[in-house]
Design a protein. Structure first.
Length: 312
């Protein structure tokens, strides 16, 4: 564990002997940590920040969330060097398009973590990159030494912005987007107001060049109820009442898939849809994945049809 900035620690996870390697990951991937707290196990997703060529370790950066529901405060207060943790295999909902001629990264606060691994990958590919990194103050911005040396070694560019320092202001996303190098792909991860401004600023760009990752829900979960869910493998049928999500009802009968954020941002609870039309509320699936109607996040999404059949 390492202190990185005010409120941010990084963790380095290594496999327990005799293993020496962890599953390979791609830039932008995340893993789930299974945190054993006195109130039971919490599962929380965090981006991997190290170079994807490193499979002897995973590195994560964890911000102590002021509104922590127990995950980040457990890491900051209880977790100690040498502790053993169970983790999931890496998954990636925020992949780097490796064909881009230039990558532009926009990070707010702890949203820097997936960008670090993407920058390492850009360097390995020889793709020029620019990072706009906004934090409240310099003391809140982690990983600056690494960023400076990465930028210095291969001609990447880092633009820092501290919005709560005297004279500070929010990043001007419209200006950044207007000045994008030709054909550049742009990536953003940060707090919701930043992502909303980013979506607005990039509305005129081709969708395949615009990438973003939310780490908190934007929409309320679907809790209107009034539909049925058939579980194809266990041959059970549930009526989803108002006030509950599909996941709530699955937990009640011990038929739940693995889950973590319960907000539609981590992708852990993804389930195959065999019939019916989901009402997607997650931030994981792309528009085309949503339209395919073949999978859904049961923690937050509901149904547009009277009946859903799930592969559970
Ligand atoms: S639990 Fe994270 S998307 Fe459903």
């Amino acid at each position: 564990m390492r202190y990185e900035a005010q409120g941010i620690v990084s963790l380095e996870l290594v496999p327990l002997p005799p293993a020496t390697r962890l599953p390979a990951f791609s830039a932008g991937a995340h893993i789930d940590l299974h945190l054993p707290t006195p109130k039971g196990e919490l599962i929380r997703s965090y981006s991997l920040l190290n170079d994807p060529r490193e499979t002897q370790r995973y590195r994560l950066g964890i911000n102590r969330d002021a509104k922590s529901r127990g995950g980040s405060s457990h890491v900051h207060e209880q977790l100690r060097v040498g502790d053993k943790l169970a983790i999931s295999a890496p998954r990636n909902h925020f992949p780097l398009d490796e064909s881009a001629p230039h990558n532009v990264f926009i990070a707010g606060g702890i949203g820097i973590t997936p960008m670090l691994s993407m920058i390492a990958r850009s360097q390995a590919l020889g793709t020029p990159w620019t990072l706009y990194y906004s934090a409240r103050t310099r003391a809140h911005a982690g990983f600056l030494d690494w960023l400076e040396s990465a930028a210095g070694s291969q001609g990447g560019r880092v633009v820092l912005n501290f919005d709560q320092e005297p004279g500070g202001r929010m990043l001007d996303l419209a200006a950044i987007v207007a000045a994008l190098p030709t054909g550049a792909h742009v990536y953003c991860c940060g707090p919701i107001p930043m992502l909303e401004a980013y979506e607005k600023a990039t509305a005129g760009l081709p969708a395949e060049r615009v990438h973003m990752e939310y780490f908190a829900a934007k929409e309320a979960p679907a809790t209107d109820g009034g539909f049925s869910v058939e579980l194809a493998r266990s041959h059970k049928t549930l009526q989803i009442p108002a006030g509950k999500t599909i996941l709530d009802c699955l937990i009640e009968i011990n038929a739940e898939p693995p889950y973590s954020c319960r907000e539609g941002v981590c992708g852990t609870c993804e389930v195959k849809v065999l019939e019916g039309q989901p009402d997607h509320r997650d931030l994981v699936l792309s528009d085309s994945e949503r339209a395919a109607n073949d999978r859904m996040m049961v923690c937050c999404s509901g149904a547009r049809s009277a009946r859903l059949v799930l592969d559970l």
